[in-house]
Design a protein around this ligand. Sequence first.
Ligand code: ADP
Length: 739
Amino acid sequence: MPGRQWDAASKAKVVLEGLKGGSEGAICKRHRIKPAEYRRWRKQFLANIARPLESRRVRPALGSRLLPGMSARVWEESAKALRVAQELIEALPIPVFFKARDGKHLGANRAWETYFGVDRETFIGRTVNELFASAPEVAAKHREADEDLWRSPGTRSYELEVPVHDGSVRHTLNYKATFAGADGEVAGLIGAIIDITERKRAEQRQAIEHRVTRILSESETVGAALPGVLQAFCETLGWACGARWSLDARMGGFRCEETWSKDDPAIAAFLAASRESTYQPGQAGLIRRVLGQGEPVWIVDVSAEESFLRGKPAARAGLRSAFALPIRLGDQVLGALEFFHRDTLQPDEWLLKTGVAIGLQIGHFMARAQAEGELRQSEARFRSLTGLSSDWYWEQDQEFRLTFMSSRFVERTGIDPAPYIGRKRWDEAAANLTESDWARHKAQLERHEPFFDFEMERVGADGNSVWLSVTGEPVFEDRKFRGYRGVGTDITDRKRGQAVLRVAYDELARSNAELQQFAYVASHDLQEPLRMIGSYTQLLERRYGDKLDADAREFMDFIVEGATRMKQLIEDLLAYSRVGTRGKEVRPVQLQVALDRALVNLRAALESSDAHITHDVLPEVSADDTQLTQLLQNLIGNAIKFRKKDEPLRIHFGVQDSGEEWRFSVSDNGIGIEPQYFERIFMVFQRLHTRDEYPGTGIGLAICKKVVDRHRGRIWVESEHGKGSTFVFTLLKIQKGGT
Ligand code: ADP
């Protein structure tokens, strides 16, 4: 393939690609030229440009005469190539400049002029020191690179931050190449400047965000993360120190929490002063403004800004520019970050944007850290709760399969939960539950209802039954049913206790019934032979009375009296046993009616004793009315019987409301009872006096007790010997609206 024809303009374009920063290898490959050739072109190009500039410096009239040793044709060609090169350089969008061997500027293109804001014509003959008069360290760097080039000519490239026309600092990539004069000696250099600020900043921003992300992901708390974040920011961007401010919404105040600075005592003192006090919201101050507006704030020079309250300590620490940004979560401002620089810097849009992004990142982290902290706390609470409780904790999924069982389960029941995991409660039979019991439970779960004390009898490790009681509630997340969770208790001991109690109760009920039956049968069946004894004794007396002597008649009187007494005892016993066997249904009864009836029955005794009876307003009670009448009759009858002979008898029937029950009392001013007999008098046939003193069999109070017991009440006596007695009994109130 024949090689391409290269004209001067095309060659110049290729060389410029290299001056703009392209790599030599890539350029040669793209244009299919040899590196040696490319280098020759560059040399030629630079020599061509340098020559007229050089001549301008010495002020000969350009093109007016041939340079020594140059033919007219060569000159013409050179002049043409030069024009092309000059036009191209002029049109280049990147700043290009020329310098002589002594460092003095020979010229520059229009882009250079705009970049530095310097008039290129007047700058000719000046040095880099004047270009960067306000930044001598930048000028020094450039000079250093030039020195190096003079020492070993060729090309160089280096990065440098330089101030430009608007005062802002730009990242530049500087390419420099030497060119030779007509004598072949190095005559000067051509430089091209590529502004890489945007790229640098993107890299920096990425680096900061990357570092911040890593720090946040490795930290558990905001306090632990923030010093690293502040350091990352300051170090990457060259700021001197930073601090985080927290906002206490409840107190309305804000506080400096974490700080970071380079090792500098003056700055450390400034930060310490910041940390010392709590600030209240207001108008002035850097942080106040950020917290108030939720937007970043930039102060070019804190020593000149009156609204900046920490101006003095900041000035002492040599700090000038400041900028602060909000830490935000959505619309909520959670705090602020602030940074200080030793130089006065103009507001930097890019930095502000980067700061806002980091503020958001920290805001999210704070929300997450807080949520995690709360979770940890509630988990710890849950753990100590389940640790202290004898109950176990369980969880089920949407399909009601057991997914979790706390270790307390095996500790309590001895049952290995492993076979139950992944299965439903009803997959395993329970001795106490029928198919329909399970179906009911399942339906309840499918309705996502909570359930309480669901009892299951399972087989334990030793083959004995273990009783479990479980309580559960449905779990919803985002309104979606997620399963159940709950607790369980081992109720085996309770169940065993209940079973023992039930057996004892059944046994008691059975023997009681037997006894009742026995007492009834006995007393009933005893009456007949007793009647026979009585009637035949009387017959004997009637027919053979005259044949008997006085002793025999007296003996027969004893037999009759004994039979009569025995008859009375049997009747009493029968009455007593009937309280249990012949009792009527319990119904609402007006107590007044029962009392009236008892008093009618006692009319004769009342009249003869001249008793004065009073009573409170009587309620309606729920009772067997016949037994209630008997109860009152026995108590009032006793009061009449055991009255004092020398004192008018007073009886009061009182009522007291004591919550769930009524408390009734029959008080008299009779002979009273000694405390040691308070219990005994309620037993069958127990009495404290002879029949001669007071008639009776001792069954009355036993019947009273049985009646009250049957009505689920209590009865007792309060008395002082010789000062009257009060018999108290309770009855349950009628449950209004109950069953
Ligand atoms: P009885 O009246 O047939 O003796 P109770 O069972 O009614 O049998 O009474 C038992 C005993 O309690 C009586 O013998 C009497 O000693 C004592 N008692 C009962 N009521 C009173 C009372 N109101 N005052 C004093 N003692 C009483």
